[in-house]
Design a protein. Sequence first.
Length: 311
Amino acid sequence: MSAFSAIDEEREIDRDEFTPGIEPQPTWCPGCGDFGVLKALKQAMPEVGRTPDETLLCTGIGCSGKLNSYFESYGFHTIHGRSLPVARAAKLANPGVEVIAAGGDGDGYGIGGNHFIHTARENHDMTYIVFNNEIFGLTKGQTSPTSPKGHKSKTQPSGSAKEPLRPLSLSLSAGASYIARTAAVNPNQAADIIAEAIEHDGFAHVDFLTQCPTWNKDAKQYVPYTDIQQSDDYDHDINDRREAAEMMYETETKLHEGEILTGRYYVDDDRPSYGQEKRAIGEMPEEPLAERYFDEDADWDRTYDLIDKHT
């Protein structure tokens, strides 16, 4: 018995299937990098063989949160900073669904920063795309966790006195098993990286540089950029944690010096995902928990059946 008969259906998939009929045209500002994320995501999904019925997109608040309004799939628009816990629960309940979470740099690295750290630490099998434009865009231009030191905004009119958060380095230290950075100005690389992230078994973090021409003109267009996998100037082993850490630090330092580095930084294909770990120790059943909602004969495990009463 399967309550999700669309999962694993073998057929040709067209990217146009991911364009909704109700609200097909995004309303982001002209020149916004968010268009690049949407385009890359639509391009990646047919490559990995997933249909809209097999996909869940969870988003947070902000300009990035509008992504699932313009992307045809199952969607859950969460509150600020909470896309990851919702996405985690969905994936654990039904591992057959392809789960993608998305949020801005304020949403993901600020308000939801604690969820980001622990989702990476636990290595949940999902993809997390962070629209990093170094500003709070929807709320009209406040300083964000990735805004460079000295950046002037409505909340920091004299310039930010804080060093920016280093999202790639934070992701590595927290435990993410796939880490990459791409940019809206490099659509082909972006689509390839998102496809790789989706196919990766574990927590895949994509820091996606998205220019904001309305509220963060300091960031320009994130050009010129260098693909570290294509450049002779950079050569690191993406499977070596120490080399990845050094490359990430250099990338995050050069971003605010005018050199934009993008590419794959770290990949660990051997580490089990959180769901695999839980099933291995018997704390999760092999069949999807979500199936039980549709099976009247299913046996439900209750916490009071598993834990001894206090005496």
